[in-house]
Design a protein around this ligand. Structure first.
Ligand code: PXL
Length: 282
C-alpha cells in the first residue's frame, strides 16, 4: 500500500460560501490525502457577491503555528497557497524556507481575481507582490484573469488558444515549470483547461460552459488538480476527472433551480468521483 501524502495549505477559512479551505479539506481528504490547513484569515463569508464581511487576519499567527510543530518532524509532500492578504505574501517565503524539503512541491493558486476584475479585498499592489512571488511555484494554477494581470495582458472574455499560449509562455519565462490554466472560454458553450510546460506537448481538455459565475469552482479545480497529481495520475486524466467532478457539482446545483451563485456549488454530492480515484490507486 502506498504511503499517504500530506499537503500543507494556507488560504482563508470563509465560513459561508464554499471556497478556499472549506473546499480544499474535503477534496483532498476524498483523495486520501492529509490536508493540514492554516487559515490565512477567517471571514464570515468570502468577498465576492456578499455585501460585506467580518474578518480576522491571522498574519501574526502563521509563523508561530509552524514553530509549534518544530519537534514533530512532519514531512509535507506539497505546499499549496491560495487566497492571501497582500501582507502575507512575504510570509509565505518564510514558510517555504521552514517547511519545504527537496521533494516538497510548491503549488500556487494566485487567487486574486476573476472575470477581468481583481477581488474587492485587493488592489494593484497585491498584483505587484504576486508577480514577485509566483516564481516559487513548481506549478502555478491561475485562471485567465489572473494570468492576464500577471503578464500585463489586457483581459477579454473570448480568448482563443492562439491568444492564450503567449500568456502561458510569458508565465513560464518567470521560472515556473508548469502552468495549469483553469477553464477559459475557448468556444461558445465550451470551457477549456490547459496544462502548459515549455517545449512539451500542450495538454487540454474541454467541458460545457454554463453562463453563471459560480463561486469557488477555481478552488475546487486547484484542489482536485493538486490531489490527483500527488496520486501520480497523468495530466490528461487529471483534467478529465476534475472537469467531471466540477461538472457534476454544477449540474447538481442547477437541479435545485436558480442558483445563488455566491454560495458555491454542491460539490459534496460529487465527491464519490474523487473517492473512486483514490481507491483505484491503493
Ligand atoms: O474563491 C476565491 C476566494 C477565496 N477566498 C475569498 C474570496 C474569494 C473570491 O472572492 O473572497 C475570501
Amino acid at each position: 500500500m502506498r504511503k499517504q501524502k500530506r499537503v500543507l495549505t494556507i488560504q482563508d477559512y470563509s465560513c459561508l460560501g464554499r471556497c478556499s479551505l472549506t473546499v480544499a479539506l474535503p477534496v483532498l481528504s476524498s483523495l486520501g490525502i492529509e490536508c493540514v490547513g492554516i487559515p490565512s484569515m477567517v471571514l464570515s463569508n468570502h468577498t465576492a457577491g456578499f455585501a460585506s464581511w467580518e474578518e480576522i487576519d491571522l498574519e501574526e499567527k502563521i509563523l508561530p503555528i509552524l514553530k509549534k510543530w518544530d519537534n514533530y518532524n512532519h514531512h509535507f509532500d506539497a505546499i499549496y497557497t491560495g487566497y492571501l492578504p497582500t501582507k502575507q505574501i512575504a510570509i509565505m517565503e518564510k514558510v517555504f524556507q521552514k517547511v519545504k524539503e527537496k521533494d516538497t512541491w510548491i503549488y500556487i493558486d494566485p487567487c486574486f481575481g476573476d472575470k477581468g476584475k481583481i477581488y474587492p479585498g485587493f488592489n494593484e499592489e497585491h498584483v505587484k507582490r504576486m508577480k514577485e512571488y509566483i516564481h516559487h511555484a513548481d506549478v502555478l494554477l491561475p485562471n485567465l484573469t489572473e494570468a492576464c494581470f500577471l503578464t500585463d495582458t489586457p483581459y477579454k472574455e473570448d480568448y482563443s488558444l492562439i491568444d492564450v499560449l503567449p500568456i502561458l509562455d510569458k508565465l513560464c519565462s518567470l521560472g515556473i515549470q508548469k502552468i495549469v490554466l483553469s477553464g477559459f472560454k475557448e468556444k461558445e458553450n465550451q470551457l477549456t483547461s490547459i496544462v502548459y510546460q515549455k517545449e512539451k506537448k500542450i495538454i487540454k481538455r474541454s467541458t460545457p460552459y454554463y453562463p453563471y459565475l459560480f463561486h469557488g469552482t477555481g478552488d475546487l479545480f486547484a484542489s482536485s488538480y493538486i490531489g490527483l497529481s500527488l496520486l501520480g495520475i497523468k495530466d490528461e486524466e487529471i483534467l478529465s476527472i476534475t472537469h467531471k467532478f466540477i461538472d457534476d457539482a454544477i449540474s447538481d446545483t442547477l437541479k435545485e433551480g436558480t442558483p445563488s451563485l455566491c454560495y458555491g456549488v454542491n460539490f459534496e454530492r460529487a465527491l464519490p468521483t474523487l473517492i473512486k480515484e483514490n481507491s483505484k490507486e491503493s
